[in-house]
Design a protein around this ligand. Structure first.
Ligand code: PMP
Length: 460
């Protein structure tokens, strides 16, 4: 092994390395091998991947048919720029997605990840109105508890203050309304349905205030991931949102980057809410981490308006529609259907939910256990009655992550802003291939990790 490579490997476990990730001070294990739902590091330690990284690895880490599809594609051609060519994998993947997509969604634009898919959605929505002669529209309305990506447009519609604040002077025009957060906001005497309508109607009030003719779209995650921990809407909420968008002539953009592609038990999360968007962004589970890929999908109305107008979408990236990425994603999506994995997502999702309630449901610092399918969140609180978040100074998310990694568990602790304070949850998004033994392993290790982290923080 060359000296520089050896140094790099040694450095990557310590404080000095030439690569840098988000946490500049963290010494991380080196991932060496994938084995179904497990990652094995260079020391031979095994980690059960209960969050698929950040809800990415929905087929686990060693799926033979996906690996073969990538090899086969590279043998044919690795790359052809979409300024010159389309490719068979891109065409087939688009057919696969469109034939299963909700509502009038009929066209797909491939990109390399979630932020790019959201960014492209924002720009396509703006260009749609421009081509209709409505260039006065420049505002988006989104929700406070939301994450839509880290590029500047996506960050602008995202509602997380901690992520937005450093870049505030660089962001585009976006307003934020309340999320549908029944655990925190539903009044004791209010039904789920009444709460859903009340919170959806905030969009209508905001539209009145700002003038609907200035607004391009409402942007939301059907099931909120990184900023709220698998927060699903109450029944009727999104139907009302759809009505408000239609009545006011604005578009509905659904961000299914995290919750889509089967994660909640249906291919598209919005199917369970009985709504279809005008634009839909998806990524993570689309390629399951085998290749970087995302997609923006849109209705014929939007596509035809631009095709019959300028005929050119003023936005693009070098790697969009990458044939190898599309071949990988097609193999992932076919495996999900051939192996009936959405049925497993629903069954194992119910079992995981029950196991989490058994293990943690009565814990003094667990406020809520929620989610759909294999997308589950556990919200931590200082007090179950007041629902007061834990002191952010305790940095409980870092402690949970550390305890979990020590126990060979990958989970995704995080938090959104609750009443000006950072809240805390742990997100679980294990691969669709897990069985009951994996559910038990995840639940035990997570329960132990949370308890150890709370003890280390001096809370329990
Ligand atoms: N939207 C949502 C809902 C997400 O969860 C994420 C990633 N966590 C993104 C957008 C951004 O995706 P990416 O990190 O692939 O750019």
């Amino acid at each position: 092994m060359g000296l520089r490579l050896r140094q790099a490997r040694e450095c990557s476990r310590g404080s000095m390395t030439h690569v840098f990730h988000r946490q500049l001070k963290a010494a991380m294990p080196v991932a060496a091998k994938g084995d179904g739902p497990y990652i094995v590091d260079t020391e031979g330690k095994k980690y059960i991947d209960a969050s698929g990284g950040a809800a990415v690895s929905c087929l686990g880490h060693s799926h033979p048919r996906v690996i073969q599809a990538i090899k086969d594609q590279v043998d044919q051609i690795a790359f052809a720029h979409t300024g010159f060519f389309t490719s068979e994998p891109a065409e087939q993947l688009a057919d696969h997605l469109v034939s299963r997509a909700p509502g009038q969604i009929n066209h797909v634009y491939f990109v390399s990840g979630g932020s790019e898919a959201v960014e492209a959605s924002l720009k396509l929505a703006r260009q749609y109105f421009l081509e209709k002669g409505e260039g006065q529209r420049s505002l988006f309305i989104a929700r406070r508890q939301s994450y839509h990506g880290n590029t500047l447009g996506a960050l602008s519609v995202g509602g997380n203050e901690w992520r937005r604040t450093p870049f505030a002077p660089m962001l585009i025009d976006a307003e934020h309304v309340s999320p549908c957060y029944g655990y925190r906001d539903r009044q004791p005497d209010e039904s789920d349905e009444a709460y859903g309508l009340r919170v959806a109607d905030e969009l209508e009030s905001r539209l009145k205030e700002v003038g609907p003719e200035k607004v391009i779209a409402f942007v939301a995650e059907p099931v909120v991931g990184a900023t709220a921990g698998a927060l699903a809407p109450v029944p009727g909420y999104f139907k009302r949102i759809r009505e408000i968008c239609d009545k006011n002539g604005i578009l509905l953009i659904l961000d299914e980057v995290m919750c889509g592609m089967g994660r909640t038990g249906t291919l598209f999360a919005c199917e369970q809410d009985g709504v279809a968007p005008d634009l839909l962004a998806t990524a993570k589970g689309l390629g399951a981490g085998y290749m970087p890929i995302g997609a923006m999908m849109c209705t014929s109305e939007i596509y035809d308006t631009i095709r019959n107008g300028s005929g050119f979408f003023q936005h693009g990236h070098t790697y969009m529609g990458h044939p190898t990425a599309c071949a990988a994603a097609l193999a992932v999506q076919r495996a999900i259907e051939e192996d009936d994995l959405l049925a497993n997502v629903r069954t194992m999702g119910d079992k995981l939910d029950a196991a989490l309630h058994d293990r943690l449901g009565n814990h003094a610092n667990i406020g809520d256990i929620r989610g759909r399918g294999l997308f589950r969140g556990i919200e931590l609180v200082a007090d179950r009655v007041s629902k007061e978040p834990l002191d952010p100074g305790l940095k409980i998310d870092g402690l949970i992550k550390r305890e979990a990694m020590e126990r060979g568990l990958i989970c995704y602790p995080g938090g959104g802003t609750i009443d000006g304070k950072q809240g805390n949850h742990v997100l679980l998004a294990p691969p669709f291939i897990i069985n009951e033994t994996h559910v038990a392993e995840i639940t035990e290790k997570l329960g132990d990790s949370i308890e150890a982290a709370l003890r280390a923080a001096g809370v329990a």
